[in-house]
Design a protein around this ligand. Structure first.
Ligand SMILES: [Zn+2]
Length: 327
């Protein structure tokens, strides 16, 4: 049974939303570890798949022979739908034992059009649309407003998504990742000094391919310890902020720019807008003319600058307190 690392509730309680004020209370210091946006895509995509496999039987544990046959048939149907309609191979082991085909790219491509995904899997459309908005917001490098605005904000979206989930699929216990995001997401965001998307796993995951190259071409091979320390030292050198900026432009050029949905924009916050006089008004969604696009890019860099300043201030206060301790 899965246990939430934040509130210590177990998966049998996750679908009972009345626990939010009683059982789902975060333990002290449990919110500081953030979220893992990249793995959230994979876990939530798998949750959607597993619900879709069970829509004929509507039970979580597939035990009877009849249910097993129906489950296997539906799974096969869904895998062929994914391959024929979306060109995706889902839930199959990768040749050579490199895990499953359900990776971040598969999940992102499947969620690219949540309405179509819902239609193909015969699942609730609003649930999949909300999940996509939440996942994109968490992966986004822009700050999310967790609770401050009373109108439409992250916490409200999470609560309404959890309600849809429980109304439609109460027979399938919410996976831990979904519980963590829907029940504790807003608290984690408000505890984080940087947008959670900035602290995602993409950077460290992207290094995996480098390690193979370093191991083969840039390390001593005569013993394991020397081999690993060479890889480690090279990884430290190449990730140095100054060295890393050498290839920054080519990395930025490779980055794919996607359009924001209106729902996503509603979730974004402009920090200290009333304090900072340089901040432009919130970007609007009605038009996408060039002039407006340029203004939006300026807004975004302004927001990022404010976060950089906050981070600098945080580092400075840490340094000061360390010096005080020394004295
Ligand atoms: Zn929890």
């Amino acid at each position: 049974m899965q246990t939430c690392p934040i509130c210590h509730a177990t998966s049998k309680h996750f679908n009972n939303l009345s626990n939010k004020q009683t059982l789902f209370i975060p333990e002290p210091n449990s919110l500081q570890y953030g979220l893992s946006p990249l793995h959230a895509w994979i876990r939530i995509f798998e949750c959607v798949l597993h619900i879709a496999y069970r829509t004929n039987i509507k039970v979580w544990q597939v035990r009877s022979e009849e249910h097993k046959a129906l489950f296997a048939q539906r799974k096969k149907e869904i895998q062929s739908i994914f391959w024929e309609k979306l060109g995706l191979i889902v839930d199959k082991p990768k040749p050579g034992g490199f895990g499953s085909t359900n990776d971040g790219n598969t999940a992102r491509r499947a969620f690219a059009n949540p309405n179509r995904l819902a239609e193909l899997l015969e699942l609730d459309c609003s649930l999949l649309c909300n999940l996509k908005t939440i996942l994109v917001a968490l992966s986004c490098h822009l700050p999310i407003d967790p609770v401050y605005d009373p109108v439409i904000r992250f916490d409200k979206l999470c609560t309404s998504t959890a309600k849809i989930y429980v109304d439609q699929y109460s027979w399938f216990p919410m996976p831990l990742t979904l519980h963590k995001i829907l029940m504790h997401g807003a608290d984690i965001i408000s505890m984080s000094i940087l947008p959670v998307g900035m602290l995602g796993e993409e950077g460290s995951e992207a290094r995996n391919k480098n390690y193979k190259n370093y191991r083969q071409f840039h390390s001593r091979k005569h013993n394991r310890e020397a081999n690993l320390s060479d890889i480690f030292n090279r990884a430290m050198d190449t990730s140095d902020p100054i060295i890393s900026t050498v290839s920054l432009h080519s990395r930025l050029n490779k980055r794919k720019v996607l359009q924001m949905s209106p729902e996503l924009r509603d979730l974004l916050a402009i920090p200290d807008a009333n304090v900072d006089t340089e901040m432009a008004p919130k970007p609007t969604v009605t038009s996408s003319s060039n002039a407006e696009m340029e203004m939006e890019i300026d807004d975004i860099s302004g927001i990022l600058e404010i976060f950089q300043q906050r981070l600098d201030a945080e580092v400075l206060s840490d340094n000061n307190s360390a010096e005080e301790l020394e004295n």
